[in-house]
Write a protein that binds this ligand. Structure first.
Ligand code: HEC
Ligand code: HEC
Ligand code: HEC
Ligand code: HEC
Ligand code: HEC
Length: 422
């Protein structure tokens, strides 16, 4: 890790401890707890390399399962629990490592396994764990999220501070006492900024500072202004036991629905009108995005959503098809097109659906001859991985499931069908 980063982190740790002492002064109840833990925080930072082992400082998610079975089982199905295990990650990490000097090799882990920020000297171990295909360390597990005590919004991407003590942070006021950990409520856990930490952008140093962020203008979206945070949509609220044997209270879903899962149903409103004008027909598709951030988010670099128009004519035969893509197309430093965003230095084309944007697409095509009617089918989906054949072959070869790997799956978001008499 660079010395500059370490210094900044030390300063932040100090500022944080001071602010905690202040809270301690105004609220007696916190004093004993915070007294201990601010000292811990400082000790951890000053040692640079924490004296605790990685496993002690960031307990594995298995350790939380015993008491938080529901959260654990939900998390286990989430993309976040796979953040250092997917084939696409393994293959692209390898390409990234081959293209950068030794002192930048930890970059991908700062979001995919953020405990690297405290254990930078173990970078080689993190890489070996990924290569093994069966990592024994978590990527984005319980501790990687619940030990975040502060986020610095001043850097891009934002920088989390971990406080490695006995305290687990969360959104609860008055969490019940337990023998495994202390609990502390932080407002941060119910704010979008908490999530944005890892969903903002690759470090500016990668692109030379040229590329826009992934989410777009989420801060000024209608949803955010109405108080709908990332958590509202992606950690939907329920009522139940938070820890085994405790009374039911407000809980948050930990399966993080996104590309997969239920949240998709509320992504867009889609309308279509068809006009037959003799030998030519015209379909107008109006897409109202209800998503308060770009759709899709533009990482990994090949990420895109496709709008597909299919026309079925006589005997339901396909007579016309057209696809349009919502994506960012990147160029690398040699001006060549690339789907690897860590090689990108500029954007050639940006057709992402902007936050809450309404987009109208018009298609014209020959009216099917000799048919009593035609079917107009419009589908919006997340595209599978795309790019040079060589990259697709590499991913396929590295995947246990070959072409059945998740990376090659198309995921439908919305579909509408209309029968138009001719
Ligand atoms: C700033 C945080 C951040 C950094 C740095 C980062 N990623 Fe990601 N990555 C994410 C997030 C968040 C997602 C989920 C994206 C989504 O679905 O919108 C993701 C998704 C992915 C995916 C697709 C899902 C999967 O696992 O197959 C790949 C591949 C990937 N990242 C590779 C990389 C590689 C390689 C690097 C380093 C060059 C990297 N990432 C650096 C945050 C990051
Ligand atoms: C990506 C970050 C993230 C990960 C990973 C994560 N959590 Fe959470 N967790 C949160 C946030 C944010 C909240 C607060 C949600 C709120 O109050 O609206 C929360 C709330 C909780 C709560 C209290 C509410 C409830 O649903 O019971 C518990 C307990 C909890 N998490 C345990 C866990 C455990 C155990 C794991 C691992 C299996 C885990 N978390 C993984 C971010 C995360
Ligand atoms: C011995 C049982 C036990 C173990 C093990 C355990 N917890 Fe808890 N945890 C609890 C209890 C009990 C609560 C309080 C729940 C309530 O108030 O309803 C709690 C509360 C929480 C909260 C909410 C805190 C807040 O202030 O919002 C989070 C987050 C959490 N635990 C995460 C974890 C994580 C992460 C691990 C693993 C590193 C873990 N827990 C291990 C019993 C346990
Ligand atoms: C410590 C970094 C980190 C934090 C904090 C974090 N995420 Fe993530 N998130 C990731 C990574 C990395 C992935 C991609 C995992 C993969 O597919 O490889 C991801 C994936 C997701 C996905 C699934 C994306 C998809 O394509 O389906 C959703 C949804 C999501 N995160 C929402 C959230 C929300 C909501 C929060 C805040 C409560 C949050 N994240 C906080 C790192 C983080
Ligand atoms: C009003 C609800 C809402 C809010 C608030 C919201 N999202 Fe989403 N988000 C969605 C929907 C709906 C989708 C799924 C889009 C789809 O399937 O077409 C989505 C998709 C995603 C995905 C999946 C990957 C992708 O490329 O589409 C990630 C990651 C994500 N959101 C992160 C975030 C983060 C981080 C925030 C907070 C800044 C946030 N979301 C706020 C509704 C929301």
């Amino acid at each position: 890790m660079s010395p500059i980063l370490t210094n900044r982190k030390e300063k932040r740790a100090l500022a944080f401890s001071v602010s905690i002492l202040f809270v301690g002064m105004i609220c007696d109840w916190f004093v004993p707890l915070n007294g201990v833990f601010s000292v811990n925080a400082l000790a951890a930072k000053n040692d640079k390399v924490t004296s605790k082992t990685l496993e002690k400082a960031f307990p594995h998610s298995n350790k939380c399962k015993r008491c938080h079975l529901r959260a654990y089982e939900e998390w286990e199905t989430s993309a976040q629990s796979q953040s250092i295990e997917t084939t696409a990650f393994r293959v692209t990490l390898d390409r990234f490592l081959k293209s950068v000097p030794d002192d930048q090799q930890n970059m991908c882990f700062q979001c995919h396994a953020p405990h690297i920020l405290e254990y930078g000297h173990l970078g080689k171990r993190f890489i070996d764990e990924v290569k093994s295909r069966d990592p024994q360390i978590d990527g984005v597990g319980c501790s990687q999220c619940h030990l975040i005590s502060e986020v610095d919004e001043g850097t891009r991407p934002p920088h989390p501070t971990f406080t490695l003590g006995k305290t687990i942070y969360g959104g609860y006021e008055n969490a019940a006492k337990n023998l495994a950990h202390e609990s502390q409520q932080l407002e941060l856990y119910q704010k979008s900024q908490y999530c944005v930490t890892c969903h903002d952008s690759l470090p500016q140093s990668v692109s030379g500072g040229q590329l826009p962020d992934w989410l777009g203008t989420w801060k000024t979206s209608k949803a955010e202004k109405e108080g709908k945070t990332c958590q509202t949509c992606h950690m939907p609220e329920a009522f139940g036991e938070s820890a085994t044997g405790e009374g039911a209270r407000r809980v948050a879903n930990h399966s993080f629905p996104g590309r997969f899962g239920k949240v998709r149903a509320t992504a867009v409103e889609l309308e279509l009108t068809t006009q037959v004008k003799g030998p030519q027909s015209e379909v107008e598709v109006t897409i109202q995005s209800l998503v308060p951030h770009n759709l899709p988010l533009s990482h990994p670099g090949w990420s895109r959503v496709n709008l597909d128009l299919t026309i079925l004519g006589k005997n339901l035969n396909k007579v016309y098809g057209e696809k349009r893509f919502y994506e960012r197309v990147y160029a690398d430093k040699n001006e060549g097109q690339t789907v690897l965003d860590f090689h990108a230095v500029k954007i050639l084309k940006d057709t992402l659906l902007q936050p809450e944007e309404k987009r109208v697409e018009t298609f014209t095509f020959p009216t099917p001859p000799d048919a009593p009617s035609m079917d107009v089918i419009v589908t919006l989906s997340y595209s599978p991985v795309h790019g040079p054949d060589e990259l697709l072959k590499a991913i396929e070869a590295a995947a246990t499931l070959r072409r059945k790997d998740r990376a090659f799956q198309e995921v439908e978001i919305f579909r509408k069908k209309q029968n138009v008499p001719l």
